[in-house]
Ligand binder design. Structure first.
Ligand code: SF4
Length: 346
């Protein structure tokens, strides 16, 4: 595979999930990459969505609603009311709520009016219950013992906190009777997916356990190394189920905005060597390709500090470039169109 890198594997894993993932209760699927919390970022995120709710979510526009906006639009009343009486106390100064109200009004997702000194609000639409389940996938094409140890530690944190409904590791399919990943010391609650990145097909080598997202989770802050003479205690804290629910929705909103094709935003499609190429004959997956390096480049090396970076000639810009050979706007447009197709009614 030309894109033997983890990045290339990750894009294929996202595309596979978009095409093949079967939600537990049916419905729609959204896929994003490199999202999570401040402490933990997952490679691939699959959202299982209620189709009607997902269509209704589109009324709020393609951009994410952050935590402050969510607090406002989810609690905004159906009839005009003074915002301090309509919304629950935020637990922080009201001026931040006012700021969020103004942002919501600017985005035309909330109605506001002034009565004397008072700002009154009224919702335009109820915020829908569109998110059903969150699936986190770590992509490790080549799971060697040392990588498995590090990953096993991270996965234990994921299982203890139970922010995602399921946690998976996607690894390159070897075709052996027992996939090597099964022999590594990974938590038994974590599923293992053997993915063939060329064929974009996968087999479940180990089924995951569904985690209790509505229950309090355990955030492991520190754990003893377990070496001889190490008698220190582990440090952890409980995270209420309600707080996890808020975090899940904020992650889902970011995933809704970004999808997984937004990798191009952190690369340099305006470099003359940047191309998007189909991953195979007739493939619907477009992957980045660098004509300077003559291979699939990673997102981190394709940046302004890349020694091979050369701006695209201005004459290329207005020509509506085809997929191959056309950096810049054409690439962005193509990926953006595909991203939008995954979010109905936008
Ligand atoms: S030369 Fe560098 S910046 Fe240009 S496409 Fe290749 S990796 Fe990206």
């Amino acid at each position: 595979m030309d894109g033997a890198s983890e990045f290339g594997f990750e894009l294929r894993s996202c595309r596979w999930a978009e095409r093949e993932w079967e939600p537990l209760k049916g419905g729609a699927v959204l896929v994003a990459r490199q999202l999570g919390t401040k402490r933990r970022r997952w490679d691939t995120i699959v959202l299982e969505c209620d189709p009607k709710g997902l269509r209704e979510r589109a009324r709020f526009g393609p951009d994410r609603l952050d935590g402050d906006l969510l607090d406002v639009v989810r609690h905004a009343p159906g009839e005009w009311a003074y915002y301090r009486e309509a919304l629950p106390h935020p637990g922080y100064p009201w001026r931040y709520v006012r700021e969020a109200i103004h942002r919501a009004a600017d985005r035309e997702i909330l109605e506001t009016r002034k009565r004397g000194n008072r700002i009154e609000i009224r919702r335009k639409w109820p915020y829908p219950d569109w998110l059903r389940r969150v699936i986190a996938i770590e992509n490790k094409p080549d799971l060697e013992a040392s990588a498995a140890r590090v990953l096993g530690d991270q996965l234990e944190h994921d299982v203890a906190l139970a922010l995602a409904d399921e946690v998976w590791v996607a690894t390159r399919k070897t075709g052996e009777s027992v996939e090597p990943a099964l022999l590594e010391d990974l938590p038994v609650q974590v599923g293992i997916l053997a993915l063939d990145p060329e064929e974009l097909s996968a087999e479940v080598a180990w089924h995951p356990r569904t985690l209790s997202v509505a229950e309090p989770g355990t955030r492991i802050e520190e754990r003893p190394t377990g070496g001889r003479g190490d008698s220190s205690a582990a440090r952890f804290e409980y995270v209420p189920g309600e707080e996890k629910g808020e975090t899940r929705l904020e992650i889902a909103e970011r995933a809704y905005e970004r999808g997984w094709r937004s990798y191009v935003d952190s690369m340099r499609p305006d470099c003359r060597h940047f191309e998007l190429r189909p991953a195979g004959a007739g493939s619907e997956l477009f992957r980045p390709h660098c004509t300077e390096k003559e291979r699939e480049q990673t997102a981190s090396e394709c940046s302004g500090s890349c020694p091979g970076f050369e701006p695209e000639p201005p004459a290329w810009r207005g020509r509506g470039w085809p997929i191959e050979g056309g950096p810049g706007k054409g690439c962005r447009r193509l990926l953006e169109e595909r991203r939008r197709r995954q979010r109905p009614d936008l």
